[in-house]
Design a protein around this ligand. Sequence first.
Ligand code: BJW
Length: 253
Amino acid sequence: MAMPPPPAIANAVRDAISHDGRICVLTGAGMSAESGVPTFRGTQHDLWSRFDPMQLATAEAWRADAALVWAWYRWRMALVRDAQPHAGHRALAEPARRTSRVTLVTQNVDDLHERAGSVVDAHVHGSLFALRCFDCGSGHEGGLPPLDPAAQRIAPMACAYCGGGIRPGVVWFGEALPDDAWQVATDAARDCMLMLVVGTSGLVHPAAGLPALARRSGATVVEINPERTALSDDVDVSWRATAGDALPLLLGA
Ligand code: BJW
């Protein structure tokens, strides 16, 4: 069980709210860990443990073996569909319901924030479920065929327009982040009085640069993560707690 928020963090939240200051929340894979969704750099499910996500989440991997990459994503889509938002997701949705001065920026490709009642202002790494054609980029409107959860190779569906393979709508290494989402994220980082950085290792750029941008622009930056991260030295205060423990304690009152 987490201790109450460190006073510096409770005060920073109180200050931002009482001064009607903007709050930017930046979440990463650790936000969904307590819902049972593995983090990107954490332990993978047995079935996929011999594959490195860093190798699978690339256009090169898709070109080399689309059926392998698609099977991995189909497995992850099923896992996310079965997962439920936790108390931390719900606690984040609460202040956003009361004020429009909270901007939620997530690196996560799942939909757990939305299912907890939040509006996500920027999905900077896209979404698992926004399917599109790898070749022509057309959106895929149809559903998904039934999944064999043990399959390690599944041929991707064919695009209705050009016959290309249908891929997940996520941002792979080497791909540009969606312009609109990135604009929202950088504006929020520049304009906020407080940034809460929850459950990210801070290893993947350019998203990992958002806390530094916020701090340079005058914000107080608070990290919530059970482990030390690449960002820890450059935030104002770190709280070593999980998202599911910390956020209800911080935002619940
Ligand atoms: C808990 C917890 C609990 C556990 N509660 N916490 C500058 C420097 C160096 C490299 C680069 C640079 N700029 C760009 C690059 C290259 C590259 C990059 O960053 N590489 C690094 C690996 C070095 N970046 C890119 O390629 C990006 N694109 C780009 O820069 O394009 C340029 C361009 C411009 C114009 C035209 C063309 C190109 C794209 C990055 C895309 C990242 N995509 C992924 C995959 C998405 C799809 C998928 O999911 O399959 O996004 S990678 C993966 O990492 C995923 C995540 O969103 C992202 C971040 O990971 P995250 O969220 O931090 O998770 P973890 O697992 O790392 O950490 C979890 C944390 O949770 C840990 O700290 C735990 O302690 C904690 N935790 N339980 C709270 N209960």
